[in-house]
Design a protein around this ligand. Structure first.
Ligand code: VGL
Ligand code: ZN
Length: 202
């Protein structure tokens, strides 16, 4: 595929075993992602990057526990344990992730009042991160997505990419899910309905 891009979502310590918001088996995505990179003309990484008082942290909402929902001005928001705090060890990319060919790192979730699961838009679905423009200016029309977590940042990124008109593939064996209250099944259905191609491996 010419002018192909791999978008690697949030392969950071806090989403791996031992991290603050550990995804089961999360570090298992590193080897397949490293192995895939060479097949792409462009490699882009995303990095969840929250200020320490981020509004998606349950710690900022008295009486609310992690993994419960709250209503924000922009809609429903899951509350999380504190994670991926800017500059912390947990926010760093997994040590074994090969970032050498990454030409762009999109940081997201840096505005205190709004979360950003997607690499393309914050959770209000309207504030752009700039990634869509960056891909368009590079003449990229097809994106392949892998990383963490399947049912949150991967799925939201894939759905937004499809909405923007990109040809989207998600490599499922290079993703792992949080799976909160059936969220993985919902995410898979939504991605299929949006025309996202789900493949096991490349
Ligand atoms: C993510 C929850 C909170 C993700 C990020 O990368 O999927 N999930 N922040
Ligand atoms: Zn986050």
């Amino acid at each position: 595929m010419s002018n192909s891009a791999l978008i690697v979502i949030d392969v950071q310590h806090d989403f791996c075993p031992g991290g603050a918001l550990a995804v089961a088996d999360g570090d298992a995505v590193v080897a397949p992602i490293n192995a895939m990179m060479g097949q792409f003309d462009h490699v882009i990484l995303t990095q969840d990057w929250h200020p320490q008082n981020h509004s998606s942290f349950a710690s900022q909402h008295d009486g609310h526990d992690p993994f419960t929902m709250i209503t924000m001005p922009y809609g429903e928001q899951t509350l999380w344990p504190d994670h991926c705090v800017q500059g912390s060890a947990g926010a760093a990319f997994h040590d074994a992730l090969d970032g050498d060919r990454a030409e762009l790192i999109i940081r997201k979730g840096y505005r205190p009042a709004i979360d950003s699961y997607s690499a393309f838009f914050e959770n209000d679905k309207t504030t752009p991160t700039g990634l869509g423009g960056a891909l368009n200016e590079r003449g990229i029309h097809a994106v392949t997505i892998a990383g963490l977590a399947t049912d949150f940042c991967v799925a939201f990124s894939a759905l937004d990419a499809a909405r923007l008109g990109f040809d989207v593939t998600v490599v499922m064996s290079a993703c792992r899910a949080i799976d909160l209250g059936g969220s993985l099944e919902v995410a898979i259905t939504q991605m299929k309905d949006a025309g996202v191609t789900l493949v096991d491996s490349l």
